[in-house]
Ligand binder design. Structure first.
Ligand code: BES
Ligand code: ZN
Length: 427
């Protein structure tokens, strides 16, 4: 594909936000203003490549990434995903570098429970002990508080509790204290769930889909001898950040990023092919403008395992490189929900809101790749559209291309405002 550009004025943000709001559909036909009637917010419009909503390039990027399957760090799918990104950045005129890093990763090699000769697949909780144990299954009432364990005898048994209300680690510690040698947590809704213990236990902890809740009734009615097989290991994985910039640009003023890995079993359309695609599309739009010489673009790997890609990037960067950054803009989950939210350094959230009145701020619950930059005193701005039902699930397979394009335009506008301001935002 060639790198053709048609000179099109940057659409004014106000129009884009209204266009985004029209997705909500209030049932008022014809209320979306025509582009030519909207006054540009900026007096120095950029030249950019057309991003028509009905042929959203960011939408096509999300589809291309989702088609590869779950993008779990350290798996061959990430080779394919990084190859796709490298190709697209090169087509847009950028040079790319792959920055590799390694970290120990907990892996579930396939865990199950065998009940009466039937094998039921489930998941090891992240951080769980491995083990294959045969013992009676004891259904514990409720969610596994200390009081719940007090009414049953789980000594030497595998305990079964419901998900919810208290932390996984607390359930596991209570089970262990009550003498259980394994713990099964049944989901309180259909499907399974990716869970992390977030601490040490001595017993294997295993997650079952909500549909398997009948196992609890069966265990209450009769003594069930089961085999719990939690098959895990800790292995080093190699992650790869894809870095793109114009040839010879060694010191950017703004760094845009988003993670391109996903959690296991999730196609990660919104989390976070969406942010990856928006960063790539901002790069396409900036290519050919002078601002591209002040910008770097990074697709981070290993975010879902604990921000490993962004932490590696920050730890490998020269202090001078980080100090010279006016801003790090992170895009994570920007393809679902109409409201565009920003969090981060106050001066930048203020700038974002002043430029785009439709943007709201949020408190910043949840970790993402801006965090290691903020910890290194780089001003950060985090773009996010809020929680959604398909977060970290196999159903995270679709985004709204209009929302991607709207985010691209808002991001472009903010990059431009940051770069034309001479003073670095104070922290
Ligand atoms: N996309 C989310 C980030 C997120 C989640 C931001 C909720 C804001 C609210 C990210 O991929 C994620 O799931 N992060 C983890 C933490 C990370 C260190 C594994 C989270 O927030 O639980
Ligand atoms: Zn994410």
């Amino acid at each position: 594909m060639s790198n053709k550009k048609s000179p099109v004025q940057l659409q004014p943000t106000i129009q884009l936000l209204i266009a985004g709001a029209s997705v909500v559909s209030f049932g008022v036909a014809g209320c979306t203003p025509q582009p030519e009637k909207v006054q540009a917010l900026s007096s120095t419009p950029l030249t950019q490549t057309q991003t028509a909503t009905n042929s959203s390039r960011a939408g096509a990027d999300v589809q291309a990434l989702v088609k590869l399957g779950p993008r779990v760090a350290g798996t061959p799918v990430m080779d394919k995903a990084s190859t796709y990104l490298i190709q697209e950045y090169r087509k847009a005129g950028y040079v790319t570098e792959v920055q590799t890093f390694s970290y120990p990763k907990f892996q579930d090699l396939g865990s199950n429970i065998i009940v009466g000769g039937t094998t039921i697949k489930g998941r090891a909780l992240n951080g769980s002990q491995a083990g294959k144990i045969t013992a009676p299954l004891v259904a514990v009432p409720n969610v596994g508080r200390i009081a719940d364990f007090a009414v049953v005898d789980v000594k030497g048994a595998i305990a079964l509790v419901e998900r919810g209300e208290i932390r996984f680690l607390e359930k596991a510690q209570n089970a262990q204290k009550a003498g259980a040698i394994g713990l099964v947590i049944v989901n309180n809704q259909s499907g399974n769930f990716p869970g992390a213990l977030g601490g040490e236990t001595k017993i294997p902890v295993f997650a079952l889909a909500g549909e398997q809740g009948t196992l609890s009734d069966r265990a209450q009615k009769q003594r069930l001898e089961v085999t719990l097989n939690v098959n895990t290991r800790q292995a080093n994985v190699t992650g790869r950040n894809v870095i793109a910039h114009l040839k010879g640009v060694t010191q950017p003023s703004v760094l845009l990023g988003g993670h391109y890995d996903s959690v296991p079993d999730s196609p990660g359309a919104n989390d976070n092919a969406s942010g990856t695609a928006v960063v790539l599309d901002i790069a396409r739009n900036l290519a050919g403008t002078p601002l591209a010489r002040q910008t770097w673009f990074v697709a981070f790997d290993g975010e879902e395992d604990g921000l490993h890609g962004s932490r590696a990037f920050v730890s490998k960067a020269e202090p001078q490189f980080l100090q010279s950054l006016k801003a790090m803009l992170n895009f994570d989950m920007v393809g679902v929900n109409n409201n565009l939210l920003v969090g981060g350094t106050e001066n930048l959230t203020t700038l974002a809101q002043a430029a785009n009145p439709g943007v709201s701020t949020f408190g910043g619950r949840g970790g993402s790749d801006h965090a290691p930059f903020a910890a290194a005193d780089v001003p950060v701005l985090f773009f996010y559209r809020g929680q959604e039902p398909n977060y970290h699930s196999p159903n995270d397979k679709q985004v709204d291309p209009k929302l991607l394009d709207e985010t691209t335009q808002v991001g472009l506008d903010i990059v431009k405002r940051i770069l034309i301001s001479d003073r670095a935002p104070s922290k």
